[in-house]
Design a protein around this ligand. Structure first.
Ligand code: CUA
Length: 332
């Protein structure tokens, strides 16, 4: 009798596990991981899911077995037999979960500590999170600020993150790691990308009306491509003038919202710079960049343009304003 019950329960467990397994493993719940740290986090997740599938199968099997086997016969109004507990069983169901939870905690702690390790040959990029945009600054490129995060593959990087307003959170789904960006302190995010391509950066802390649009992109390049990119950025900063202006215009993502024929920009969210630009002096242009709501172009409302450009270094601000003063105008 005992033996038959055990066999029935085991078979039931296998059926439940067989049904749960494809749901847990064959569905792509997460995008393919793209970093060393993300791989470790996936290992923890997969181990935990394995254990959960096994425990769920066991519990569901006992539940189904009890429902079928011990259901009341028609017309049976008797109370069930009183049960007085089972010391062995109670010890087991206290001890086993304790061991499992401690094991997961130890595994997770090891991964967290490992993911926090930083090789001495890492690079540093500063990340500014503000309502509602991301900005990046490269100390190694003369403090160049960009509107997009560009990194070489297989190189460890430390992102030093700060916020001038409220709490935001930096997340790249493909990298798994997530980190809050908190006003008043600098938080760090250490990552070694292992996959080439463009991945979304998402703010995962409700930070105000524009929270849902506070997105950006990280571009992971090969070492050669990154060196070329870095060299061009450095040369543009050194060259100053129109070269730097053009670079800032491209890097800050201005083309996403504005038309500027000279830069091949066709964005339609904000005013057409070839129309509103001509005739403005450099102070007016700078004012419109750092304080976009000071003078609103007819047909547009305030608050559309992020205020983050106010933080551009003076030389980059001057350069891009001068670039716009000389380049904006009707197409020839
Ligand atoms: Cu920043 Cu949500």
């Amino acid at each position: 009798m005992r033996r038959r019950q055990i066999i029935q329960l085991t078979l039931l467990s296998l059926v439940v596990a067989g049904a749960t397994f494809p749901l847990a493993y064959l569905v792509d719940w997460l995008p393919e991981d793209g970093s060393i740290q993300g791989k470790r986090i996936d290992d923890v997740i997969l181990t935990t899911v394995w254990m959960s599938v096994a425990i769920f199968a066991l519990v569901a099997a006992v539940l189904v077995y009890a429902i079928v086997k011990f259901r009341a016969k028609p017309g049976d109004m008797e109370d069930g037999k009183p049960v007085h507990g089972h010391t062995g069983l109670e010890l087991a169901w206290t001890a086993i979960p304790t061991v499992i939870v401690v094991a997961i905690a130890v595994f997770s702690s090891v991964v967290v500590v490992k993911n926090d390790e930083l090789p001495s040959d890492h690079r540093v990029v500063l990340v500014e999170a503000r309502q509602f945009a991301w900005g990046f600054e490269y100390p190694e490129l003369g403090g160049l600020r960009t509107g997009q995060l560009v990194l070489p593959i297989d190189q460890p990087v430390e992102l030093q993150m700060y916020s001038p307003d409220v709490i935001h959170a930096f997340w790249v789904p493909e990298w798994r790691q997530k980190q809050d960006v908190v006003p008043g302190i600098t938080t760090v995010y250490r990552i070694t990308p292992t996959k080439l391509g463009k991945f979304p950066i998402v703010c995962t802390e409700l930070c105000g009306l524009g929270h849902s649009v506070m997105r950006n992109q990280v571009v992971v390049l090969s070492q050669e491509e990154f060196d070329l990119w870095a060299e061009k950025q450095r040369a543009d900063v050194d060259a100053g003038g129109d070269q730097l202006g053009e670079n800032v215009f491209a890097n800050q993502g201005c083309a996403g919202c504005h038309v500027l024929n000279a830069a091949g920009a066709t964005g339609a969210v904000g005013p057409d710079l070839d129309i509103v630009g001509p005739g403005q002096d450099i102070e007016q242009i700078i004012e419109s960049i750092v304080n976009p709501d000071a003078a609103i172009t007819e047909g547009f409302s305030s608050g559309i343009m992020p205020r983050s450009y106010a933080g551009l270094p003076d030389d980059q601000l001057q350069a891009v304003a001068d670039y716009l003063r000389t380049q904006a105008g009707p197409a020839e």
